[in-house]
Write a protein that binds this ligand. Structure first.
Ligand SMILES: Nc1ncnc2c1ncn2[C@@H]1O[C@H](COP(=O)(O)OP(=O)(O)OP(=O)(O)O)[C@@H](O)[C@H]1O
Length: 320
Protein backbone atom coordinates (compact mmCIF):
# COMPACT_ATOMS: atom_id res chain seq x y z
CA UNK A 1 0.00 0.00 0.00
CA UNK A 2 1.36 3.41 -0.99
CA UNK A 3 1.67 5.84 1.92
CA UNK A 4 -0.46 8.97 1.56
CA UNK A 5 2.26 11.09 3.19
CA UNK A 6 5.87 10.00 3.10
CA UNK A 7 9.04 11.84 4.07
CA UNK A 8 12.49 10.55 3.21
CA UNK A 9 15.41 11.83 5.30
CA UNK A 10 13.80 15.25 5.44
CA UNK A 11 16.27 17.77 6.90
CA UNK A 12 16.48 21.52 7.39
CA UNK A 13 19.62 23.37 8.28
CA UNK A 14 19.44 27.09 9.08
CA UNK A 15 22.98 28.46 8.67
CA UNK A 16 24.58 25.60 10.57
CA UNK A 17 21.64 24.99 12.95
CA UNK A 18 20.01 21.61 12.32
CA UNK A 19 16.28 22.29 12.92
CA UNK A 20 15.14 18.95 11.42
CA UNK A 21 17.48 16.03 10.95
CA UNK A 22 16.87 13.12 8.55
CA UNK A 23 13.22 12.53 9.44
CA UNK A 24 11.64 9.62 7.57
CA UNK A 25 8.04 8.79 8.31
CA UNK A 26 4.90 7.65 6.59
CA UNK A 27 1.20 8.10 7.14
CA UNK A 28 -1.30 5.70 5.60
CA UNK A 29 -4.87 6.34 4.49
CA UNK A 30 -7.24 7.02 7.40
CA UNK A 31 -4.46 7.30 9.97
CA UNK A 32 -4.15 10.19 12.40
CA UNK A 33 -0.43 10.78 12.92
CA UNK A 34 0.29 12.82 16.06
CA UNK A 35 3.63 14.59 15.84
CA UNK A 36 4.68 15.68 19.30
CA UNK A 37 7.63 17.59 20.67
CA UNK A 38 8.66 20.35 23.01
CA UNK A 39 8.85 23.99 21.90
CA UNK A 40 11.52 24.36 19.26
CA UNK A 41 11.71 20.61 18.56
CA UNK A 42 11.22 21.12 14.82
CA UNK A 43 7.48 20.46 14.31
CA UNK A 44 6.60 23.61 12.37
CA UNK A 45 9.74 23.38 10.25
CA UNK A 46 8.81 19.81 9.37
CA UNK A 47 5.24 20.82 8.43
CA UNK A 48 6.45 23.76 6.34
CA UNK A 49 8.67 21.38 4.37
CA UNK A 50 5.83 18.86 4.00
CA UNK A 51 3.65 21.63 2.55
CA UNK A 52 6.37 22.89 0.22
CA UNK A 53 6.49 26.26 2.01
CA UNK A 54 10.23 25.97 2.57
CA UNK A 55 12.75 23.86 0.72
CA UNK A 56 14.44 21.04 2.62
CA UNK A 57 18.23 21.14 2.88
CA UNK A 58 18.15 17.42 2.23
CA UNK A 59 15.57 14.69 1.60
CA UNK A 60 12.08 14.85 0.15
CA UNK A 61 8.38 14.63 0.93
CA UNK A 62 5.82 12.77 -1.17
CA UNK A 63 2.06 13.22 -1.05
CA UNK A 64 0.11 10.47 -2.77
CA UNK A 65 3.45 9.45 -4.28
CA UNK A 66 4.04 12.87 -5.84
CA UNK A 67 7.11 14.87 -4.98
CA UNK A 68 6.19 17.97 -2.97
CA UNK A 69 7.25 21.27 -4.44
CA UNK A 70 5.36 24.48 -5.01
CA UNK A 71 5.08 23.98 -8.75
CA UNK A 72 3.41 20.59 -8.33
CA UNK A 73 0.05 22.35 -8.06
CA UNK A 74 -2.41 19.42 -8.39
CA UNK A 75 -1.20 17.94 -5.07
CA UNK A 76 -2.76 20.79 -3.09
CA UNK A 77 -6.29 20.27 -4.37
CA UNK A 78 -6.56 17.33 -2.02
CA UNK A 79 -4.79 18.88 0.97
CA UNK A 80 -6.20 21.05 3.75
CA UNK A 81 -3.71 22.68 6.06
CA UNK A 82 -3.27 25.01 8.97
CA UNK A 83 0.15 26.32 9.96
CA UNK A 84 0.71 28.18 13.24
CA UNK A 85 -1.43 31.34 13.39
CA UNK A 86 -4.57 30.70 11.33
CA UNK A 87 -4.44 32.62 8.13
CA UNK A 88 -7.26 35.13 7.52
CA UNK A 89 -7.87 38.53 5.98
CA UNK A 90 -8.29 40.58 9.18
CA UNK A 91 -10.52 43.33 7.74
CA UNK A 92 -12.97 40.85 6.18
CA UNK A 93 -15.69 38.97 8.01
CA UNK A 94 -15.55 35.28 8.75
CA UNK A 95 -18.03 34.59 5.93
CA UNK A 96 -16.14 36.81 3.46
CA UNK A 97 -12.88 35.05 4.33
CA UNK A 98 -14.44 31.65 3.68
CA UNK A 99 -16.03 32.84 0.44
CA UNK A 100 -12.60 33.89 -0.83
CA UNK A 101 -11.24 30.42 -0.15
CA UNK A 102 -14.36 28.84 -1.67
CA UNK A 103 -13.67 30.67 -4.94
CA UNK A 104 -9.96 29.83 -4.77
CA UNK A 105 -10.86 26.16 -4.45
CA UNK A 106 -13.27 26.50 -7.38
CA UNK A 107 -16.34 25.55 -5.32
CA UNK A 108 -19.44 27.04 -6.96
CA UNK A 109 -22.06 26.36 -4.28
CA UNK A 110 -22.16 29.16 -1.60
CA UNK A 111 -24.01 26.72 0.66
CA UNK A 112 -20.63 25.04 1.31
CA UNK A 113 -19.66 28.10 3.39
CA UNK A 114 -22.91 27.94 5.39
CA UNK A 115 -22.30 24.24 6.00
CA UNK A 116 -18.73 24.65 7.23
CA UNK A 117 -19.75 27.59 9.45
CA UNK A 118 -22.30 25.31 11.11
CA UNK A 119 -19.88 22.41 11.40
CA UNK A 120 -17.30 24.56 13.19
CA UNK A 121 -19.90 26.36 15.35
CA UNK A 122 -19.02 29.68 13.74
CA UNK A 123 -22.45 30.67 12.41
CA UNK A 124 -22.98 33.34 15.09
CA UNK A 125 -19.63 34.92 14.16
CA UNK A 126 -20.25 34.83 10.39
CA UNK A 127 -20.46 38.63 10.09
CA UNK A 128 -17.69 39.45 12.55
CA UNK A 129 -14.40 40.78 11.19
CA UNK A 130 -11.65 38.17 11.46
CA UNK A 131 -9.44 40.60 13.40
CA UNK A 132 -12.03 40.73 16.19
CA UNK A 133 -12.22 36.96 16.71
CA UNK A 134 -10.90 35.36 19.88
CA UNK A 135 -7.85 33.12 19.41
CA UNK A 136 -10.03 30.02 19.69
CA UNK A 137 -12.50 31.23 17.06
CA UNK A 138 -9.67 32.37 14.78
CA UNK A 139 -8.39 28.81 15.09
CA UNK A 140 -11.86 27.51 14.15
CA UNK A 141 -11.82 29.78 11.10
CA UNK A 142 -8.44 28.29 10.14
CA UNK A 143 -9.85 24.77 10.49
CA UNK A 144 -12.98 25.74 8.53
CA UNK A 145 -10.77 27.04 5.72
CA UNK A 146 -8.75 23.80 5.78
CA UNK A 147 -11.89 21.64 5.54
CA UNK A 148 -13.92 23.75 3.09
CA UNK A 149 -12.99 21.75 -0.02
CA UNK A 150 -13.40 18.33 1.70
CA UNK A 151 -9.72 17.38 1.33
CA UNK A 152 -8.64 13.77 1.74
CA UNK A 153 -5.44 14.88 3.49
CA UNK A 154 -5.13 17.28 6.42
CA UNK A 155 -1.81 18.65 7.65
CA UNK A 156 -2.27 20.76 10.75
CA UNK A 157 0.19 22.52 13.01
CA UNK A 158 -1.23 22.78 16.55
CA UNK A 159 -4.90 22.62 15.41
CA UNK A 160 -6.37 22.97 18.90
CA UNK A 161 -4.14 25.86 19.96
CA UNK A 162 -6.22 28.45 21.83
CA UNK A 163 -9.38 26.36 22.03
CA UNK A 164 -11.14 25.87 25.35
CA UNK A 165 -11.59 22.30 26.71
CA UNK A 166 -15.02 21.89 25.07
CA UNK A 167 -13.60 23.14 21.76
CA UNK A 168 -10.70 20.69 22.01
CA UNK A 169 -13.13 17.77 22.44
CA UNK A 170 -15.23 19.06 19.52
CA UNK A 171 -12.23 19.25 17.15
CA UNK A 172 -10.95 15.86 18.35
CA UNK A 173 -14.32 14.28 17.52
CA UNK A 174 -14.41 16.06 14.16
CA UNK A 175 -10.94 14.81 13.19
CA UNK A 176 -11.73 11.27 14.38
CA UNK A 177 -14.95 11.26 12.35
CA UNK A 178 -13.06 12.43 9.23
CA UNK A 179 -10.35 9.78 9.64
CA UNK A 180 -12.41 6.82 10.80
CA UNK A 181 -15.61 7.36 8.78
CA UNK A 182 -14.36 9.18 5.70
CA UNK A 183 -10.81 7.80 5.28
CA UNK A 184 -9.19 11.24 5.61
CA UNK A 185 -5.45 11.03 6.35
CA UNK A 186 -4.41 13.46 9.08
CA UNK A 187 -1.04 14.71 10.28
CA UNK A 188 -1.23 16.94 13.37
CA UNK A 189 1.55 18.46 15.40
CA UNK A 190 1.02 19.37 19.00
CA UNK A 191 2.70 19.99 22.30
CA UNK A 192 -0.54 18.92 24.04
CA UNK A 193 0.69 15.41 24.57
CA UNK A 194 -2.34 13.98 26.35
CA UNK A 195 -4.59 15.33 23.62
CA UNK A 196 -2.50 13.65 20.94
CA UNK A 197 -2.64 10.39 22.89
CA UNK A 198 -6.45 10.55 22.75
CA UNK A 199 -6.70 11.49 19.08
CA UNK A 200 -3.86 9.86 17.16
CA UNK A 201 -3.60 6.33 15.83
CA UNK A 202 0.17 6.67 15.45
CA UNK A 203 2.53 8.90 17.41
CA UNK A 204 5.92 10.29 16.41
CA UNK A 205 8.11 12.00 18.99
CA UNK A 206 10.48 14.68 17.69
CA UNK A 207 13.24 16.06 19.86
CA UNK A 208 16.03 18.43 18.83
CA UNK A 209 15.05 17.85 15.20
CA UNK A 210 15.36 14.05 15.39
CA UNK A 211 12.47 11.61 15.15
CA UNK A 212 13.08 10.04 18.53
CA UNK A 213 10.46 7.30 18.48
CA UNK A 214 7.34 6.15 16.63
CA UNK A 215 4.63 4.10 18.25
CA UNK A 216 1.05 3.10 17.60
CA UNK A 217 -1.64 4.21 20.00
CA UNK A 218 -2.22 0.50 20.77
CA UNK A 219 1.43 0.09 21.87
CA UNK A 220 1.35 3.09 24.14
CA UNK A 221 -0.43 1.57 27.20
CA UNK A 222 2.20 -1.20 27.44
CA UNK A 223 5.03 1.33 27.40
CA UNK A 224 3.60 3.56 30.08
CA UNK A 225 4.88 2.83 33.58
CA UNK A 226 2.49 2.15 36.42
CA UNK A 227 2.96 3.33 39.96
CA UNK A 228 1.15 2.83 43.23
CA UNK A 229 0.26 6.26 44.62
CA UNK A 230 -0.12 6.58 48.37
CA UNK A 231 -1.14 9.57 50.45
CA UNK A 232 -1.15 9.49 54.24
CA UNK A 233 -1.30 11.93 57.12
CA UNK A 234 2.23 11.03 58.31
CA UNK A 235 4.60 10.98 55.37
CA UNK A 236 8.00 10.25 56.90
CA UNK A 237 6.91 7.40 59.20
CA UNK A 238 4.98 5.83 56.29
CA UNK A 239 8.12 5.98 54.16
CA UNK A 240 10.13 4.34 56.99
CA UNK A 241 7.57 1.55 57.37
CA UNK A 242 7.56 0.87 53.62
CA UNK A 243 11.38 0.75 53.58
CA UNK A 244 11.32 -1.76 56.47
CA UNK A 245 9.06 -3.99 54.33
CA UNK A 246 11.38 -3.88 51.31
CA UNK A 247 9.53 -1.29 49.22
CA UNK A 248 11.21 1.59 47.34
CA UNK A 249 9.17 4.69 48.18
CA UNK A 250 9.76 7.86 46.15
CA UNK A 251 8.20 11.09 47.38
CA UNK A 252 6.98 13.50 44.73
CA UNK A 253 7.10 17.26 45.15
CA UNK A 254 3.34 17.13 45.62
CA UNK A 255 3.87 14.94 48.73
CA UNK A 256 2.58 11.70 47.23
CA UNK A 257 4.48 8.48 47.92
CA UNK A 258 5.01 6.43 44.77
CA UNK A 259 5.99 2.77 44.64
CA UNK A 260 7.36 1.54 41.31
CA UNK A 261 7.97 -2.15 42.13
CA UNK A 262 5.84 -4.77 40.43
CA UNK A 263 4.79 -6.34 43.75
CA UNK A 264 3.28 -3.03 44.88
CA UNK A 265 1.39 -2.56 41.60
CA UNK A 266 0.01 -6.11 41.41
CA UNK A 267 -0.80 -6.39 45.15
CA UNK A 268 -1.69 -2.95 46.48
CA UNK A 269 -3.86 -4.60 49.16
CA UNK A 270 -0.68 -5.96 50.84
CA UNK A 271 0.69 -2.42 51.04
CA UNK A 272 -2.62 -1.23 52.48
CA UNK A 273 -2.53 -4.01 55.09
CA UNK A 274 1.03 -3.15 56.18
CA UNK A 275 0.17 0.53 56.54
CA UNK A 276 -3.12 0.01 58.38
CA UNK A 277 -1.55 -2.54 60.77
CA UNK A 278 1.25 -0.03 61.38
CA UNK A 279 -1.38 2.52 62.45
CA UNK A 280 -1.14 4.78 59.36
CA UNK A 281 -4.24 6.48 58.05
CA UNK A 282 -4.45 6.27 54.25
CA UNK A 283 -6.08 9.14 52.39
CA UNK A 284 -5.31 7.70 48.95
CA UNK A 285 -4.14 4.40 47.51
CA UNK A 286 -4.37 3.89 43.75
CA UNK A 287 -2.46 2.34 40.86
CA UNK A 288 -1.90 5.06 38.26
CA UNK A 289 -0.45 4.99 34.78
CA UNK A 290 1.97 7.69 33.71
CA UNK A 291 0.56 9.94 31.03
CA UNK A 292 2.13 10.57 27.67
CA UNK A 293 3.76 13.74 28.92
CA UNK A 294 5.59 11.94 31.74
CA UNK A 295 6.53 9.14 29.35
CA UNK A 296 7.89 11.66 26.89
CA UNK A 297 9.98 13.41 29.54
CA UNK A 298 11.21 10.06 30.90
CA UNK A 299 12.42 8.67 27.59
CA UNK A 300 14.15 11.92 26.71
CA UNK A 301 15.82 12.02 30.12
CA UNK A 302 16.80 8.35 29.85
CA UNK A 303 18.55 9.20 26.63
CA UNK A 304 20.48 11.84 28.58
CA UNK A 305 19.38 14.72 26.43
CA UNK A 306 19.24 18.18 27.88
CA UNK A 307 15.79 19.38 28.82
CA UNK A 308 14.93 22.99 29.21
CA UNK A 309 14.61 23.76 32.90
CA UNK A 310 11.22 25.44 32.51
CA UNK A 311 9.91 22.29 30.90
CA UNK A 312 10.98 20.22 33.91
CA UNK A 313 9.55 22.83 36.25
CA UNK A 314 6.20 22.90 34.47
CA UNK A 315 5.97 19.16 34.96
CA UNK A 316 7.43 19.19 38.46
CA UNK A 317 4.42 17.46 39.96
CA UNK A 318 5.31 14.45 37.86
CA UNK A 319 9.08 14.48 38.25
CA UNK A 320 10.18 12.45 41.25
N1 LIG B 1 13.89 30.77 9.75
C1 LIG B 1 14.63 30.25 10.75
N2 LIG B 1 15.92 30.60 10.91
C2 LIG B 1 16.66 30.08 11.91
N3 LIG B 1 16.20 29.19 12.83
C3 LIG B 1 14.92 28.80 12.72
C4 LIG B 1 14.06 29.31 11.68
N4 LIG B 1 12.84 28.74 11.85
C5 LIG B 1 12.93 27.91 12.92
N5 LIG B 1 14.19 27.97 13.44
C6 LIG B 1 14.66 27.21 14.60
O1 LIG B 1 14.46 25.83 14.36
C7 LIG B 1 14.05 25.17 15.56
C8 LIG B 1 12.75 24.45 15.32
O2 LIG B 1 11.72 25.43 15.20
P1 LIG B 1 10.21 25.02 14.95
O3 LIG B 1 9.44 26.28 14.82
O4 LIG B 1 10.15 24.05 13.85
O5 LIG B 1 9.88 24.27 16.33
P2 LIG B 1 8.47 23.76 16.88
O6 LIG B 1 8.67 22.35 17.33
O7 LIG B 1 7.40 24.02 15.89
O8 LIG B 1 8.31 24.68 18.15
P3 LIG B 1 6.97 25.36 18.78
O9 LIG B 1 6.19 24.26 19.43
O10 LIG B 1 7.57 26.31 19.77
O11 LIG B 1 6.25 26.06 17.66
C9 LIG B 1 13.98 26.24 16.65
O12 LIG B 1 15.17 26.21 17.40
C10 LIG B 1 13.87 27.53 15.86
O13 LIG B 1 14.45 28.60 16.56
Amino acid sequence: MQAVIQTESLSKNYRGFQAVNQVSLQVNRGEIYGFIGLNGAGKTTMIRMMLGMINPSEGACFINGKHVNLSNYPIWQDVGYIVETPYAYPELTVKENLNIFRRLYGILDPQSVTNILERLNLTRYANKKAKHLSLGNAQRLGIAKALLHHPQILIMDEPVNGLDPAGIVEIRELLQDLAHNHGVTIFISSHLLSEVARTATKIGIIHNGNLHQELSSKELPQLLNQRLHIQTKNLSSTVDLLLQHGYDPHVSQAGTIELHQQKAITSPEQVAQILVQGGHLLTKLSVEQEDLESYFLRIIQEKGDHLHESCIRSNSNRVI
